[in-house]
Design a protein around this ligand. Structure first.
Ligand SMILES: [Zn+2]
Length: 151
């Protein structure tokens, strides 16, 4: 997935580790490559736990989860039903809308950030927030009424 990895950009995801969440602590090493996308399996030398380089990114668990999410979210992708696309243009529009919803409206558990404000421990994030495109979770109304700027 990534050809050159700057290991100082990664941190340990194991909450009980003394180096948990510390970037550039020198504890992260490359263990091996795995899967279809040749993703790197990284290892924390402090606690010995392993995690994927895609952990915490929109790519984490993508190959299996995205297909499932699409089939569960879009009626026209559900198997063995009467809901199917009859017109390609509408099918494309529906899928484009799903993509916008998936990236701007739906908070992803793998992207959440730890916050320590009172009782709430996790701050929800969308892929668009993780990419720095927006600073908040959009509402459906916000998405539907957004005017795309002319370039
Ligand atoms: Zn660790």
């Amino acid at each position: 997935m990534m050809s050159e990895r700057d290991l100082s950009e990664f941190w340990c995801w194991h909450e009980d580790c003394p180096d948990y969440g510390k970037k550039g602590a020198g504890n992260i090493v490359l263990k091996e490559f795995y899967g279809k996308n040749n993703a790197a399996l990284l290892k924390c030398r402090t606690c010995g736990h392993c995690f994927s380089e895609t952990r915490g990114t929109p790519f984490f668990g993508l190959t299996t989860l995205l297909n499932l999410t699409i089939r569960n979210s879009l009626a026209r992708f559900v198997r063995k039903t009467m809901n199917c696309s009859k017109i390609l243009k509408r099918h494309t529009h529906a899928f484009n809308f799903f993509q916008a919803w998936y990236n701007f409206v739906k908070p992803h558990k793998s992207l959440r950030l730890e916050v320590n404000q009172g009782i709430k421990r996790w701050g929800q994030r969308t892929p668009a927030m993780a990419e720095g495109l927006t600073d908040h979770i959009w509402t459906l109304k916000e998405l539907m009424t957004f005017r795309v700027p002319v370039q």
